[in-house]
Design a protein. Structure first.
Length: 91
């Protein structure tokens, strides 16, 4: 099974809110997912990105590939896999 970390849109018309989810690549974009690893709210200033870092790193270790958008959000939030975390552990 090929797994991706991507955005799933929620919210009302013109008030988008996104969940950052782990899903099978074949699943519909806004549909079925395996796990939720964060949220993204582009409407506040500055945009709010919140990751559950432990879950995110665990899925990346298992082979889940982030989408291009999620990769950019991870870089912006300072959650880059493979670098040392503040606790001194290598991820």
């Amino acid at each position: 099974m090929s797994v991706a970390i991507r955005l799933a849109r929620r919210g009302m018309k013109k008030k988008a809110f996104y969940r950052i989810v782990v899903a099978d690549k074949r699943a519909p974009n806004g549909g079925r997912f395996i796990d939720q690893v964060g949220t993204y709210d582009p409407l506040v200033e500055p945009p709010l990105v919140d990751f559950k870092k432990e879950k995110l790193h665990e899925w990346i270790r298992r082979g889940a590939l982030p989408s291009q958008t999620v990769s950019q959000l991870m870089k912006r939030a300072g959650v880059v896999p493979g670098r040392e975390s503040p606790g001194g552990e290598t991820t």
